[in-house]
Write a protein that binds this ligand. Structure first.
Ligand SMILES: [Ca+2]
Length: 315
């Protein structure tokens, strides 16, 4: 039947076809009328004035400070990805890729074969829960949920649910930095929690030369930096984990041409870094691919930064 969703998508959305079921044809005129009446007001009310999207990734240059650089990236490999996956979290553990997916009734935690894209093991969440960020703590998978202020704990490989915890507020993205669980909640603030009792011990405001970076979503710890998808956009902010300053931007927009996206919610989301191989992977909500990307040195886009400069191991 017809489902009208506001869930974390940021766009007007009707989900009657294919992925979410079948809508009787006779209801379509009514649905279209309701959408036309409701969507403009909804979009106006929920689309914040973010500099991401207005100017691409990052604010325009200012005469006093210049622009935070948008780093050159290149795709070095492309792998299949379940295009029905509303990707909310992506992380490696012992060389295996794990994914968290969202939307109520469709949320899951998965172990995924990177090369084939096949879901090797999946555990579905209660229909009331909306899956969010995924991180590894003490050799266990920790999955956030969106509005319930709670997280779920699983064993790797077989994905057995072995515990839960509460952290309060909303959960969007997550990663681990210096043995602290870092949680985003769609604002410009990151919260830091202990990894044993999940008590908040610190917070960090993320800014691009003074301007708060709202919409922080999926996170990944990458060699001293925090990478953050910024919702709703194809931008990744490279964040200094101590100061909160954005030191660079990645624009993933050209990886997935708009024409190949089947859903308006299909923005970039999902970052996974394998520290053993120094490989970086990204994807998006409903994207049919996971991309392995490398960052290129600003002064020489043909030269790769990652892996070939022992003195600068930051990607
Ligand atoms: Ca991640």
């Amino acid at each position: 039947m017809f489902v009208y969703r506001h869930d974390r998508i940021g766009f007007c959305r009707i989900e009657p076809c294919g992925r979410y079921g079948v809508t009787p044809k006779r209801l379509f005129p009514v649905i279209l009328l309701l959408t036309g009446l409701m969507c403009p007001a909804f979009v106006q009310a929920h689309t914040h004035e973010s500099f991401v999207g207005r100017q691409g990734c990052g604010e325009p240059p200012r005469s006093d400070t210049g622009a935070v650089p948008v780093r050159h990236i290149t795709s070095v490999a492309r792998y299949p990805h379940d295009r029905n996956a509303f990707t909310q979290g992506l992380v490696f553990y012992k060389g295996e890729l794990y994914e968290s997916t969202g939307l109520r009734g469709y949320s899951s935690v998965r172990r995924v074969d990177l090369i084939s894209g096949r879901v090797l093991k999946a555990r579905h969440l209660d229909k009331k829960l909306f899956g969010e960020g995924l991180a590894v703590i003490n050799h266990q998978l920790v999955q956030l949920t969106w509005e319930t202020g709670s997280g779920l704990i699983y064993t790797p490989v077989d994905l057995q649910l072995i515990g839960s915890f509460t952290f309060g507020g909303e959960g969007w993205g997550s990663t681990v930095v210096d043995n602290r669980l870092v949680i985003s909640d769609g604002t410009a603030r990151l919260r830091f929690f202990t990894t044993d009792t999940y008590q908040q011990v610190a917070s960090l405001d993320v800014r691009d030369r003074g301007a708060p970076v709202e919409g922080l979503n999926e996170l990944e710890s990458v060699e001293g930096l925090i990478y953050a998808n910024v919702y709703p956009s194809d931008c990744i902010a490279q964040i200094d984990a101590r100061s909160g300053q954005v030191i660079g931007w990645l624009d993933l927009g050209e990886l997935m041409p708009r024409a190949e996206r089947t859903d308006r919610a299909a923005v970039a989301n999902g970052i996974a870094y394998n520290p053993d191989t120094r490989e970086l992977f990204v994807t998006g909500k409903f994207w049919p691919y996971i991309f392995q990307i490398k960052l290129l040195q600003p002064e020489n886009p043909d030269k790769q930064t990652a892996g070939d400069n022992a003195d600068d191991r930051r990607l």
